[in-house]
Design a protein. Sequence first.
Length: 103
Amino acid sequence: MKKADQEKLREEWGSRLKEWKGSGLTQVEYCRRNSLKVSNFLYWNRKISGKKPILPSFVQVPISPTNRFWPIRIEIENRFSVEVGHGYDPAALEHIIGLLSRS
């Protein structure tokens, strides 16, 4: 892609992001109403704002065998949620959360 084309695309997304911020809509709703891919919106929002994605951090939650709070629900940036039950694979859960956090 030519530099002029890249700059034009950056300007277009800058305008869209400015419009979104003034709209009061969530990112997903703004994208839906404007026929935009959420993944493209998130990419340009990060690129233009210069913000790095928030990486997940983990804390140990002690759970005893008598604990009856299953399943556990984990919400990621109000966009995704993951529920795990008794006997889950911690490595697989960490991998899934990492994938969701980057999308």
